[in-house]
Design a binder for this molecule. Structure first.
Ligand code: 6GU
Length: 233
């Protein structure tokens, strides 16, 4: 059972993802537990203020340390603290596998210009970005990270085999997939996929994966070439 706690100013944001799709099913089946904690309850003053102007000036607001420290202390327990942030280490599949060793995670979702550095220094175990672009809040990234982790929970995937030949597991992107019908408006499924020759199909798919990776992700392709001998073909 994996436990995900999420400190956020927008707990409603997580409502529908937690009810639908594989994540919703996993919660129903008791494979994981997800709990949103409303940061606002530790806000200061009549308006439960949680953000303030940055010292030193500059645009945007910063999440105040005191409400955040109280929130973390109230629910951290044994959790690893993850702070989704565009300044973090960029997430990849190896990091997902590494993180999966932990059982309980506490996400801190920042808004605006982020959170007070002292909170990061005291509590954050992993500061993680989900890519080189900017989002309006950490909630989007928290959901992405939770989904990537849940895929490794036994029973989460309807087809666990797809965990091992998925893109990035072997530094190759996925080969093209086809399903019925065999022909639409003159567009045909490649004959080889209908041949029934599993070895030929396997080689065709590998070749297509390599072509696709070389064309769209030269960075991954170089890793594939470098690691080729270690990877089971
Ligand atoms: Cl984790 N947060 C925000 N706000 N923007 C991002 C991100 C995270 N990862 C990439 N861009």
């Amino acid at each position: 059972m994996k436990i995900f706690k999420i400190i956020t100013l927008f707990p409603d944001f997580f409502q529908s993802p937690l009810k639908s799709g594989l994540l919703g099913k996993a919660i129903e089946k008791g494979l994981c537990h997800i709990e949103c904690i409303n940061l606002r309850q530790w806000g200061e003053g009549q308006y439960r203020q949680c953000d303030d102007y940055p010292y030193g000036g500059g645009s945007g607001m910063v999440l105040m340390p005191v409400p955040l420290l109280k929130a973390i202390e109230s629910c951290k327990g044994d959790s690893k603290v993850l702070y989704p942030s565009p300044s973090g280490t960029v997430l990849n599949q190896d990091m997902v596998k590494e993180l999966f060793h932990h059982d309980s995670f506490l996400f801190i979702c920042g808004q605006y210009e982020g959170i007070d550095q002292r909170v990061i220094n005291r509590y954050v175990d992993y500061e993680i970005s989900i890519g080189d672009y900017v989002l309006s809040g950490g909630e989007y990234a928290a959901l992405v990270i939770i989904d990537a982790l849940c895929r490794y929970i036994p029973g989460f995937m309807s087809n666990p085999e797809s965990l091992s030949d998925e893109s990035f597991e072997n530094y190759l992107l996925e080969y093209p997939q086809y399903t019925r019908p065999r022909e639409i408006d003159g567009m045909c499924v490649p004959d080889i996929l209908i041949s029934g020759d599993h070895e030929k199909i396997r080689r065709w798919r590998l070749e297509k994966s390599i072509e696709k990776t070389r064309a769209t992700r030269p960075d991954l392709y170089r890793l594939y070439i470098a690691k080729k001998d270690e990877v089971k073909q």
